[in-house]
Design a protein around this ligand. Structure first.
Ligand code: 0O2
Length: 214
């Protein structure tokens, strides 16, 4: 026999996760609308791909504990901004800021926080534009403002971050740890330079009306 309070908590958690999933869907729709409109106007898609996830229960508990916060549903909804996460993969550097601006201008999107790890990369080389946004989600009996973390980055930045993420799960790099960190930082630099070069190439093609042969 499962105790009643546990069942109640499980239902509440399931409901909260459903709400975060709905919030993700709302933002995804906004991004799809922008991408469709811009692809018609400019004949190219600024957004290559959108990925999303709801944070796993264990990661939620770990993060609350790490921050010394109560491990409760209320605490999660109050304190964690990244339970719902969306990753927007853009083609070019300037697309990142264009997409961020377009989201910011929408009057039902409240910007809670911005972290620009592109202009200010992390020590390890990580680059990405992070926005914490709040949007209203309309349920049967109420409107709830839900927080979503939107990470916007180029294909190249995503390539680096994905591999960095994988490598972090490899245990014990031992003595070569500093060397490996330096290597990763260097790769991030090369990638950042390549992003800039690709943007310059596109701008040159656009300004000179060049047709590139296939
Ligand atoms: P996951 O599995 O992607 O969800 P935090 O570090 O989360 O306590 P804060 O302020 O919430 O602090 O974090 P921040 O710096 O705004 O962004 C955290 C998220 O950005 C991470 O989520 C990663 O997705 C990504 N990120 C930040 N730094 C790095 C990095 O050095 N390498 C990689 N690959 N990703 C990074 P999670 O929850 O850590 O992981």
């Amino acid at each position: 026999q499962v105790p009643d309070p546990l069942i109640k908590q499980a239902y509440q958690f399931q409901e909260a996760m459903m709400m975060y999933t709905c919030a993700i869907r709302e933002i995804k729709t906004k991004l799809e609308v922008l991408n469709d409109e811009l692809s018609v106007r400019n004949s190219r898609n600024p957004i290559e791909m959108v990925k999303s996830r709801v944070k796993k229960p264990l990661s939620i508990v770990e993060k609350l504990q790490r921050r010394g916060l109560p491990v409760t549903m209320e605490s999660m909804m109050e304190n964690l901004d990244d339970v719902a996460g969306i990753r927007v993969i853009c083609s070019f550097l300037d697309d990142i800021y264009a997409v961020a601006d377009m989201l910011t201008r929408q009057d039902d999107v409240h910007i809670i926080a911005i972290k620009d790890y592109i202009r200010h990369p992390k020590e390890n080389g990580y680059r990405s534009y992070h926005m914490i946004v709040e949007i209203p989600v309309f349920f049967s009996d109420r409107k709830k403002w839900m927080r979503v973390e939107v990470q916007i980055r180029t294909i190249a930045m995503d390539f680096w971050a994905s591999l960095d993420h994988q490598l972090k799960y490899k245990k014990e790099v031992g003595d070569s740890s500093e060397e490996i960190s330096a290597e990763l930082r260097e790769c991030a630099e090369v990638i950042a330079q390549t992003d800039e070069r690709m943007l310059k190439i596109r701008l040159k093609i656009e300004s000179e009306g060049i047709t590139v042969s296939k």
